[in-house]
Design a protein around this ligand. Structure first.
Ligand code: CUA
Length: 181
């Protein structure tokens, strides 16, 4: 083979490699662009972490699960080093449940094992997440954002109960949780 022919073969090989890299980068950009567009960002809602305990939506008496006037199920929680309040969330199966949460101190997060419920809890912001639990059962809900020395001990539970049972408990209008009293 002449040296020209060798050079042409080598150049073609490099052209293929570079073409493949460019095509991969474009594919990644298209995928992430479409993926982000398909995932609506959380609404940006702010809350004052200094007055969380004394006034507003996240006072202790309002934490836990409630049924709004329009029938929507909302569960409210607060994260702080190193626990969630309430420690056990009681929710119904088969209907959408909206989580509303925030943090009093540093960035925490939660995910409900075995489900797609997953959010970050950032002080000053309200995280919202809506999901439907298909079946009754219990899930662990660990903090998944490193938040200090007690991080690995920070977790709560989510107890999913049948809808009828939930409705009969929710009748009184009080905030429900499965924290033993
Ligand atoms: Cu809270 Cu990690």
């Amino acid at each position: 083979m002449s040296s020209d022919a060798v050079a042409i073969v080598a150049e073609r090989r490099w052209a293929i490699v570079v073409g493949f890299i460019i095509a991969s980068l474009i594919a990644i950009m298209v995928f992430t662009g479409v993926h982000w567009a398909a995932m609506p960002p959380s609404r940006v809602e702010t809350v004052d972490p200094r007055t969380l305990h004394v006034s507003g939506e996240f006072v202790e008496g309002n934490l836990g699960t409630s049924v709004a006037a329009d029938g929507k199920v909302v569960t409210r929680l607060v994260a702080q080093q190193y626990s969630f309040h309430p420690q056990c969330l009681l929710v119904p199966a088969g209907v959408p449940v909206t989580f509303r949460g925030t943090s009093t101190d540093v960035i925490h997060g939660f995910n409900v094992a075995g489900t797609n419920a997953n959010a970050m809890l950032v002080p000053g912001f309200v995280a919202t997440f809506t999901t439907t639990f298909r079946n009754p059962g219990e899930h662990v809900m660990p903090c998944h954002e490193y938040c200090g020395t007690g991080h690995e001990g920070m977790w709560a539970r989510v107890k999913v109960i049948p809808l009828d049972e939930f409705r009969s408990k929710a009748g009184s209008g009080e905030r429900l949780s499965c924290v033993p009293r």
